[in-house]
Ligand binder design. Sequence first.
Ligand code: FES
Length: 152
Amino acid sequence: MNPEALDGLLRDVAPPLDQPELLALLKEAQALAGGALSPALQSRIAQAAGVPPSVVAALVRVTPSLKASACRHVITVCLGKGCRAHGAYPLLKAVQRTLGVATGQTTPDGRFRLTTRTCLKRCGAGPNLLVDGDLHTGVTPARLPAILSQYP
Ligand code: FES
């Protein structure tokens, strides 16, 4: 955590930023903030960058390397049409039950944060989930423990 450097970074922003510039700013801010972009920090960044807070929130949600709360791994369950047809909702329920969290929450030990997406571009192989940058296809609730154990 480096609050002075973070203040300086946001002070030096020259809005408006385009998306690649905003993404770079978010990554740098996350590093200076100790590994997570809290809702309050996301608001400050949106204001500094001259973009709506919803734009920053959406970028944080869809970029695996960005995290809204400190956690070691982000699990993203696909809820797109193709994955829903192959059991995405039962898979999501199993992930929620296994981790003991709702979508958008982080486990108390900070190990996992659970999110959802509407497509991971492997619709025919679903149900799919992403852990950090790793795509797992054809995931059944029975396979979950083996997958999760890869991410200590
Ligand atoms: S619907 Fe899940 S990968 Fe496209």
